[in-house]
Write a protein that binds this ligand. Structure first.
Ligand SMILES: Cc1ncc(C[n+]2csc(CCOP(=O)(O)OP(=O)(O)O)c2C)c(N)n1
Ligand SMILES: [Mg+2]
Length: 504
């Protein structure tokens, strides 16, 4: 049995709320009106109809929601109010109070207009559960074999986008392989791979426009790849040479690009998140057709900045999409030691943010969810949270040996059974867009590109010493002038202690 009730408008009337309703079923509503008739005839005072009816209860203030409770009908139904849809729940029954004759009757007066909205009372002492028994489900489009999950909701993916996402993921993997080896050979000071998480950055980047601003952590270089940052630019930054955008003043992998709307990465976790909300708020003020996308890891949600950012974004209605890569680990700390909640996704509603959990190893699911989230963030001017479930297949960084705290079997399982690259490849092959020949050409081209870029970056001049002190202040303050002088004198006195390839 389905009935629907539409709330058309509400107003204060002599201290009472007057609810104008249209109901599609005369059995439940004395002011029944068929949907085809003029709406002016169907308005009714809820207080004299539905609210006094034993069949329906009203909860919430203004145009929030109806709940329905009836002993005569067990079936649940959907109530639409003010454009929102709610499913009737058991909770509706709690809104009915017994009258003097022991009959259930609804009394709106049992609620109170607390600051922030009306709250109804209950005689039951119910503590909310810490976390629900059933974990939040994960949206996916493709299964492990690259087949569509039946009746999935997804955005259209063109051949161009599908192939660009795939080759971007392979580029990232290739770059990671060679850069990681270069670090092991002592040619780079530090490196950090994205193995196993390639889909999150590439497919999300594909779902955005180049006007959307990115504030990321450090495991999302795929976004830059998508936007056109060249392998040479990656190499120059990692080698800290004169061509690198940071002039050697940042650790490797701390990329940034003003042209590509990608804010420079900073090492302290979560600092990018409140900043992202501030940037999003500025887009809102300027009425820009763009949003901010902020990336971070599961471990980063333990920082206060994450929580400040979520609340800040919610109350300021900032158009920001938060994308959390839940890869199971924060260096050696597993998620089970990081939080007691059902991951990250459940934290969104606590801040009033619409949220979704997505299979982070499914490029098409990430693409669809991010496209939708972007649209919601911009059209509705609100923040959205996406939790991308994935796994960090590589070590945390070149300063880590993850076999000290997790089994090789576990790593192998994720590497072989849940590879996001293999999954997308199966899909594009099945579509007839990709074959063995394309694959080998892509690999040999990328191998050459990356090897050449590394060799070139390694040989390039290092930035001049002066850059250590430049580019922060327009006019160098006296303390920095003194420090530069002191450094030059020290280099002159102890030349053997300073790198010979840094021009003075
Ligand atoms: C404020 C702060 N605390 C600690 C660190 C050291 N640290 C660097 S990365 C990291 C783990 C972060 O894990 P997560 O956010 O899950 O990202 P993942 O490395 O898994 O991608 C930690 C603790 C830091 N950089 N900043
Ligand atoms: Mg992590």
């Amino acid at each position: 049995m389905n009935i629907s009730i539409w709330l058309t408008r509400t107003r204060r009337d002599g201290g009472n709320f007057v609810k104008k309703i249209i109901c599609n079923n005369p059995t439940f509503c004395s002011y029944y009106q068929s949907p085809n008739s003029s709406t002016s005839l169907v308005h009714s005072h809820l207080s004299s109809s539905i609210m006094r009816s034993k069949d329906c209860g009203f909860v919430g203030k203004g145009n929030f929601r109806f709940l329905y409770s009836s002993s005569s009908f067990n079936s649940s139904y959907v109530v639409s109010v003010g454009g929102r849809r709610y499913k009737a729940t058991k909770a509706g029954e709690q809104l009915l109070f017994e009258d003097d004759n022991g009959n259930n009757t609804f009394e709106e007066s049992k609620g109170e207009e607390f600051p922030g909205g009306k709250i109804f009372f209950t005689s039951e002492m119910n503590f909310l559960p810490g976390s629900s028994e059933k974990r939040v489900q994960c949206y996916r489009v493709l299964d492990e074999n690259g087949y569509h999950v039946s009746s999935t909701t997804m955005e259209h993916v063109s051949k161009e986008v599908g192939l660009k996402v795939y080759s971007g993921m392979v580029s990232l993997q290739t770059m990671d392989k060679y850069f990681y080896e270069a670090q092991r050979q002592g040619r780079l000071s530090f490196y950090l791979t994205s193995f196993g998480e390639e889909a999150v950055s590439l497919a999300s980047a594909a779902a955005l426009t180049s006007h959307d601003l990115i504030l990321s952590q450090y495991r999302e270089p795929g976004i830059l790849l998508w936007r056109g940052f060249t392998v040479q630019e990656f190499a120059d930054q990692c080698f800290g040479n004169n061509a690198g955008h940071g002039k050697g003043r940042q650790m490797p992998v701390h990329y940034g690009s003003k042209n590509l709307n990608f804010m420079t990465i900073s090492s302290p976790l979560a600092t990018q998140l409140p900043q992202a909300v501030g940037v999003a708020y500025s887009l809102k003020m300027e009425k820009k057709d763009a949003c901010v996308v902020a990336y971070f890891g599961d471990g980063t949600t333990s920082e206060g900045d994450f929580h400040a950012a979520m609340n800040f974004a919610a109350v300021m209605d900032a158009p920001v999409v938060f994308i959390c890569r839940n890869n199971g680990w924060a260096i050696s700390t597993p998620v089970t030691d990081q939080f007691r909640s059902d991951g990250i996704v459940v934290k969104g509603p606590a801040y009033g943010i619409q949220s979704i959990r997505v299979d982070g190893n499914d490029a098409l699911a990430i693409y669809s969810a991010v496209r939708k989230a972007r649209k919601m963030a911009i059209d509705e001017q609100r923040p959205i949270l996406i939790e991308a479930m994935t796994y960090r297949v590589g070590h945390h960084s070149t300063s880590d040996d993850s076999t000290k705290y997790r089994s090789i079997d576990e790593i192998e399982y994720w590497k072989t059974m849940h590879s996001p690259i293999t999954r997308l490849r199966k899909w594009i092959e099945r579509k007839g867009w990709w074959g063995e020949k394309d694959e080998s050409e892509l690999h040999s081209d990328l191998n050459n590109q990356v090897k050449t870029a590394i060799e070139k970056a390694e040989k390039a001049l290092k930035p001049q010493l002066k850059y250590l002190f430049r580019d922060v202040y327009e006019d160098l303050p006296t303390n920095l002038i003194e420090q530069e002088k002191l450094l030059r004198e020290t280099v002159e006195r102890h030349p053997q202690d300073f790198p010979i390839d840094v021009p003075l």
